[in-house]
Design a protein around this ligand. Structure first.
Ligand SMILES: Nc1ncnc2c1ncn2[C@@H]1O[C@H](COP(=O)(O)OP(=O)(O)O)[C@@H](O)[C@H]1O
Ligand SMILES: O=C(O)C1=C[C@@H](OP(=O)(O)O)[C@@H](O)[C@H](O)C1
Length: 314
């Protein structure tokens, strides 16, 4: 049975960014609606130095004073967090102007952080967040992508994925985390090109580490019991990356974690915070829209606002 994608809109939320201490004293960004982004989104001391370095590397002045560069506790840490949160919020306000309601599609390999980063971008932009895998699950009426692959087939999943992207592409003000394989069908690019696509480019070894930590059960293309989880994930991801070739490079903007790490003087992408990555994504989006002035023009057939009652009926 194939079903069309029914899109249930999350309710619209006030957008605000604040900071707080999460469980175990870890830092969190508190986003609009009271949701907390991952505790990795802010780090103490070094993180703010990193954000400041990123700003300097871009040749731009920080929009909020970046202070408190040494690792410490208490008020200094709070200032660091506030600086980063403000930078993220202010940059999002600038980008909003150019986007003119167009959707953002995050593409990238499995585990590249599309869902995680998309949620942050949606919060700061005041957009709605969608995960295309979840919409396919809803459309098909199955609890997981893994089950859809098992009971039906990858082709069945891909057909539904394309339908979901088609339906989303007529809407405005969404940040969509696509499935890692969405880039392989040209028709999906036709849909995603109605908005702006961002490739989260993460080194394969970092992806394999993340995926082996969370397990491969939810990612059927990686689910192999035979060898140790890191080696299995790395080997399969390498094959997929080879097969997919330049497909990800069709995206309008590329956020390379290796590049951000190099700009900040890190030798390891795992030292980057989610805030670093989200800020870089906003800078890359801004670069694209300012280099393509026609992009900010009339939105044409994108008439359905994600927050409107009409969208709920889709
Ligand atoms: N920058 C990051 N650093 C470390 N772990 C991350 C980062 N981004 C995402 N993760 C973790 O990696 C896993 C996959 O992230 P997710 O956002 O689901 O990726 P995707 O949607 O691209 O498959 C999750 O456990 C998430 O918490
Ligand atoms: O790379 C892929 O082909 C896939 C990635 C998955 O999404 P994530 O990238 O969100 O894990 C999911 O769509 C499916 O398992 C196939």
């Amino acid at each position: 049975m194939e079903a069309g994608a029914g899109l249930a809109m999350p309710s619209s939320r006030a957008v605000g960014v604040g900071v707080g201490a999460g469980p175990g004293g870890r830092r969190t960004v508190v986003l609009g609606g009271g949701k907390r982004a991952s505790a990795r989104s802010l780090r103490i001391g070094g993180a703010s130095a990193g954000a400041a370095a990123a700003v300097r590397a871009r040749g731009a002045m920080p929009v909020a004073p970046v202070c408190c560069l040494k690792a410490s506790r208490g008020h200094d840490c709070l200032h660091n967090s506030v600086d980063e949160a403000l930078l993220l919020k202010r940059k999002s306000e600038e980008v909003l102007f150019y986007l003119n309601g167009r959707c953002i599609y995050l593409v990238g390999m499995m585990g590249s952080g599309k869902s995680t980063v998309a949620k942050i971008l949606a919060e700061v932009l005041g957009y709605s967040f969608f995960d295309s895998d979840k919409l396919v699950e809803q459309a098909v009426g199955m609890p997981s992508v893994a089950q859809i692959f098992k009971v039906h087939s990858e082709t069945f999943f891909r057909d539904n994925e394309s339908r979901v992207l088609r339906d989303l592409s007529s809407m405005r003000r969404l940040v969509v985390a696509t499935g890692g394989g969405a880039v392989i069908r040209p028709v999906n690019w036709k849909y995603m090109k109605k908005g702006l696509s961002v490739w989260l480019d993460v080194p394969l070894d970092a992806l394999a580490k993340r995926i082996s930590q969370v397990g491969t059960a939810s990612r059927p293309l990686l689910d192999q019991q035979s060898s140790d989880p890191y080696t299995a994930a790395f080997s399969k991801l390498s094959k997929l990356a080879e097969q997919r070739g330049d497909a990800y490079a069709n995206a309008d903007a590329r956020v390379s974690l290796e590049e951000i790490a190099a700009k900040q003087g890190h030798d390891d992408v795992s030292k980057l915070t989610l805030t670093d990555i989200a800020i870089e994504a906003l800078y890359k989006i801004e670069n694209f829209v300012t280099e393509h002035p026609t992009f900010s023009g009339p939105v044409g057939d994108l008439k359905i606002d994600s927050q409107s009652p009409r969208a709920k009926a889709l």
